[in-house]
Design a protein. Structure first.
Length: 69
C-alpha cells in the first residue's frame, strides 16, 4: 500500500496490525474471518477417505455453523 508524496510504501500483510481493509482476507493479522451473525467458519465441501467413510461421514463436517441471531 502506498500513500502521500513522496510515496510511503509498506507491506501490510503480516505486520501484526489488523486494518479494516484486511479484516476479511488477512489470516495473519486478523485471524479467520467470521461473518456477522455467525459463531464460526464452515466447510463448503469435504472429501473423506473411502476407508473412513463409515466412521467419519463427510456430511458431519459440512454445512452452516450455529447462528447468533
Amino acid at each position: 500500500m502506498c500513500s502521500d508524496e513522496p510515496s510511503m510504501c509498506y507491506y501490510y500483510d503480516g505486520d501484526g496490525i489488523c486494518e479494516d481493509f484486511e479484516r476479511e482476507t488477512s489470516v495473519k493479522d486478523c485471524g479467520l474471518y467470521t461473518p456477522n451473525g455467525f459463531l464460526d467458519q464452515w466447510a463448503t465441501s469435504v472429501e473423506v477417505s473411502h476407508e473412513e467413510r463409515l466412521y467419519c461421514p463427510a456430511d458431519v463436517a459440512a454445512g452452516y455453523p450455529a447462528i447468533t441471531k
